[in-house]
Write a protein that binds this ligand. Structure first.
Ligand SMILES: NC(=O)C1=CN([C@@H]2O[C@H](COP(=O)(O)OP(=O)(O)OC[C@H]3O[C@@H](n4cnc5c(N)ncnc54)[C@H](O)[C@@H]3O)[C@@H](O)[C@H]2O)[C@@H](O)CC1
Ligand SMILES: Nc1ncnc2c1ncn2[C@@H]1O[C@H](COP(=O)(O)OP(=O)(O)O)[C@@H](O)[C@H]1O
Length: 450
């Protein structure tokens, strides 16, 4: 058993159906899985309980409740006071939430909701077994009007996607994992990202070796977004970074505060990696046909995504681009516009939405937000567990787009999926220390990690 985040390597995630298959094969040779699960829960509970009061074990009707009962027995054997039931004991030292796990298949009943509220309000830390009760393992959404907000979740046998995306991070608390001694024997549903190596720079390399980025956007009043993207691309290590500021006279500096950045345009830079749409406003729509047809590597963000959503002709151009050459970075509202759905409906199953959008656009999609998802045609999707609410600040998405462009300029033979996985994970890790920053500070954080 170990704490999971931050990840040190990529890890496999399994949805409910895959977890069930792995469990049923494992049970054939290891019939004591529930004993192992309950013992692991008891061990963690011993470390987490606060004070000498009873450990309150709330057991549900299925095997999740079974794990809870084993844990209760093990704790009692150790002499720990234990209270098993749905009524709140006096001053509990810890709550073990073993109400519902993988088998959650409908909105919790009023009785269960009342028990969840009691657990939540008793004042003790909550350790959820496998999943916080009420949270769907595949999507990270509550099945009903609420799910338990645990302080810790010990997930068992397999890692489930719903712990890491949607509402998962907010409900799971600190995530622990015990594989119960079983190695998964089938392909993962998705991959939880680990840190990616940075582009190498040989001793004899020069600025021409590290690629070019062309940021297209920054319409009047929106230059900041394009400049943040350009600064991030440069900080990432791109050899030369140019800005095509839409509607600005060519004589204006690219960025008065960053003298290294240059003005440029598609006509002069057909080999550059395009980062398009940051602060693009309405003007980006006219530029898109040429950009979509002429640039070999494209990161498409913000207003360029909105322009695409509004124009089936541009969507056809997007789809006709070669495999692995396009990377879209929508936040949920932008993704919903592209799919013609509403955001709530899209967020209900982020993994499925990202896959659908990737298939529809023939592109890599980074569906941003807590637990960003990277989906590409023909690739196993990836989930990013790094980052957090510190990224919720204007311009952090522009920094991401620029960083992705900078990575790609230095590694032009990589496909969009690999670039997205590396860049999204690095972007999140840069804010791991918490706190609230400006997006400009985020560039320095990213650069410091190179
Ligand atoms: N598959 C695995 O990875 C392993 C499973 N184990 C445990 O077994 C659990 C899965 O057990 P189960 O399949 O029995 O599932 P659960 O224990 O999560 O719940 C299933 C029961 O709850 C009922 N139920 C579902 N939704 C409900 C709702 N909203 N309101 C009221 N009742 C509801 C179902 O009808 C069923 O009776 C895992 O979460 C884990 O704790 C571990 O013991 C071993 C490994
Ligand atoms: N709570 C959160 N957890 C993880 N990542 C977050 C969270 N909030 C925001 N982010 C990340 O911050 C970035 C915000 O991008 P975006 O919404 O495009 O902002 P902007 O348009 O202001 O640049 C995305 O990478 C998103 O995944």
């Amino acid at each position: 058993m170990h704490a999971l985040l931050p990840t040190t390597a990529p890890l496999p995630l399994f949805d409910v159906a895959a977890s069930r298959r792995i469990e049923s094969r494992a049970l054939a040779h290891s019939p004591d899985l529930m004993e192992r699960a309950g013992l692991a829960v008891a061990k963690l509970a011993l470390a987490l309980r606060r004070g000498e009061g009873p450990v309150w074990v709330v057991c549900g009707p299925g095997n999740n409740g079974g794990d809870g009962r084993v844990a209760a027995r093990r704790l009692a054997q150790r002499g720990v006071p234990v209270h098993v039931g749905h009524d709140t004991p006096e001053r509990p030292a810890l709550v073990i939430d073993a109400l519902l796990g993988l088998g959650l298949n409908r909105a919790p009943s009023a009785d269960m909701l009342a028990t969840m509220v009691a657990m939540q309000s008793c004042g003790a830390p909550i350790l959820a077994v496998d999943l916080p009760s009420g949270l769907l393992a595949d999507t990270g959404q509550a099945a009903g009007e609420r799910a338990v907000r645990a302080d810790h979740t010990l997930t068992l046998l397999t890692l489930k996607p719903g712990l890491f995306t949607g509402e998962g991070r907010a409900h799971a608390g600190r995530i622990w994992f015990d594989d119960l001694g079983i190695a998964p024997d089938e392909a993962a549903t998705a991959t939880l990202l680990g840190p990616a190596p940075l582009p190498e720079r040989s001793a004899t390399s020069h600025k021409g070796s590290h690629g070019q980025v062309l940021v297209v956007g920054g319409a009047p009043g929106l230059q900041g977004a394009a400049r943040l993207a350009a600064r991030a691309a440069l900080a990432c290590g791109a050899g030369r970074v140019y800005l095509d500021l839409l509607g600005q006279s060519a004589g204006e500096p690219a960025d008065p505060a960053w003298a290294e950045l240059m003005r440029g345009s598609l006509a002069a830079l057909p080999q550059a990696v395009g980062v398009i749409g940051c602060g693009g406003g309405a003007a980006i729509a006219q530029a898109l046909p040429d950009l979509l047809q002429r640039l070999q590597h494209l990161v498409v963000d913000a207003d360029a995504l909105n322009a695409l959503a509004a124009d089936p002709g541009l969507q056809a151009l997007l789809r006709s681009r070669p495999a692995g050459s396009t990377l879209l970075t929508p936040h949920p509202l932008e993704a919903a516009r592209l799919l013609g759905r509403d955001t709530r409906n899209l967020q209900a199953d982020r993994l499925a939405a990202a896959r659908e959008l990737a298939a529809r656009c023939n592109a890599t999609v980074v569906l941003k937000g807590s637990g960003s998802i990277i989906a590409s045609p023909g690739e196993r999707p990836a989930l990013c567990a790094s980052g957090g609410p510190a990224l919720g600040t204007a311009g952090s998405g522009d920094v991401l787009a620029g960083w992705l462009g900078g990575l790609w300029a230095q590694q032009p033979t990589h496909g969009a999926h690999a670039i997205a996985c590396a860049g999204v994970d690095a972007h999140g890790r840069a804010v791991e220390a918490g706190g609230v920053w400006r997006a400009g500070d985020l560039i320095d954080r990213l650069a410091a990690r190179r």
